[in-house]
Write a protein that binds this ligand. Sequence first.
Ligand SMILES: Cc1cc2nc3c(=O)[nH]c(=O)nc-3n(C[C@H](O)[C@H](O)[C@H](O)COP(=O)(O)OP(=O)(O)OC[C@H]3O[C@@H](n4cnc5c(N)ncnc54)[C@H](O)[C@@H]3O)c2cc1C
Length: 411
Amino acid sequence: MASRKVRMGMDDYLVIGAGLVGLATARAIIEKVPDARITVLEKAADVATAQSGHNSGVIHAGIYYAPGSLKAELCRQGRIETVEFCERYGIPHSLVGKLIVATDETSRARLDDLERRSIENRIVVERIGAGALAELEPNVQGVAALLSPTTGIVDYRRIASAMCDELTAAGVTLRFNTEVTSIAEEQGLDGGAVRVRTAAGGERAARRLVACAGLQADRVARIAGIPIDFRIVPFRGEYFELPAERHDFVKHLIYPVPDPSMPFLGVHISPTIDGRVTVGPNAVLGWAREGYPRGSIRPSDVFDFATYVGFWRMAAHNVRPAAIEMRNSLFASGYLRECHKYAPSLTLSDLGTRSAGIRAQAVRRDGSFIEDFHVERTARQIHVGNAPSPAATSSIPIGRMIATLLLDGVG
Ligand SMILES: Cc1cc2nc3c(=O)[nH]c(=O)nc-3n(C[C@H](O)[C@H](O)[C@H](O)COP(=O)(O)OP(=O)(O)OC[C@H]3O[C@@H](n4cnc5c(N)ncnc54)[C@H](O)[C@@H]3O)c2cc1C
């Protein structure tokens, strides 16, 4: 890089966040500029400790997303590249296929819409009837289903770890336990710089900065002085694991037809790549952005959404679904009722160990969800504002998109 000689000690690029999006971005930059000096700053002690390590492990095909949206385009491409990445590094994965199951006439009509959308998104699906569904999955019941044969499963922590190894081998520095607490963009000779301070009192500077801070995306954008029109609202997704004797309960991923008013896909049954079967996740308000144990509360996280008008507007539009989700979180019997719509033989005693992930969902001041992937840009910075599901599947092309924006010049 031209700046290299005059800027010893300064990075070319700083990346905040060692989740899949940050790692894939660093990877895409080094692919485009092999001699770039890049540092990834991560506040946790390892890669993928937040959303990237607490998800359903599904390699999505890209069925649901609005045609032409970033989600639709990057998920379709991301599925292909995720599978290639796994093959290159010997990461266990399996294209088990997914069944989206309609259980009544209302959901059958929505299944028709999904089938049309799949065709528009160029995703292969097969429509099957109740009989074929029962043959494929004796424990699942429905009036019709869409089979997506290219949907798969993986442990995304393995992918993050392989990306980390790749980056280290390419000369990228990863600094863990390094929380960025302030960001200042400086004009000046030589194209200016972005200077960051860390919680431990350290300071670093670079020509360009990318923030991929997931659940902290709004806060990191705000410390950079970027006037954002959204706030991250944490949605907790709780899973149950079926007992070992039920680990052959399903062969495919089993999903309900999603409620079009919600940005989440509904409680599904998922075989995992290590041979377990999970049921979940639901979607309840999270009282701590990064508090995974049940009952976690962080007052500053609650304060942030409770003082945000967009949160109350969103809540006002979703009183009924929120109440149902809350009830089902408190009482496993309610959760079970959701599963019984398509898996009637599950019992309360099948809902064993609980775990949880927490989704970062950007909500605008008017109370609407930002549906698509979203970035904010300044002259020298790109902040990923919204990268919810399917951003694990899509991380490789998301990283490439960000690297292209960076190298074409931000602002
Ligand atoms: C319950 C659940 C189920 C999901 N299921 C799927 C699925 O099956 N398939 C799929 O494709 N997607 C799924 N997703 C979505 C997917 O996991 C996320 O979209 C993706 O992991 C986002 O990656 P990220 O790098 O943007 O964020 P994260 O993984 O959250 O990483 C952000 C990183 O930034 C760090 N950070 C934050 N602030 C700072 C700071 N100030 N300084 C330094 N570091 C900082 C954090 O510590 C964290 O490591 C799911 C998500 C959840 C929560």
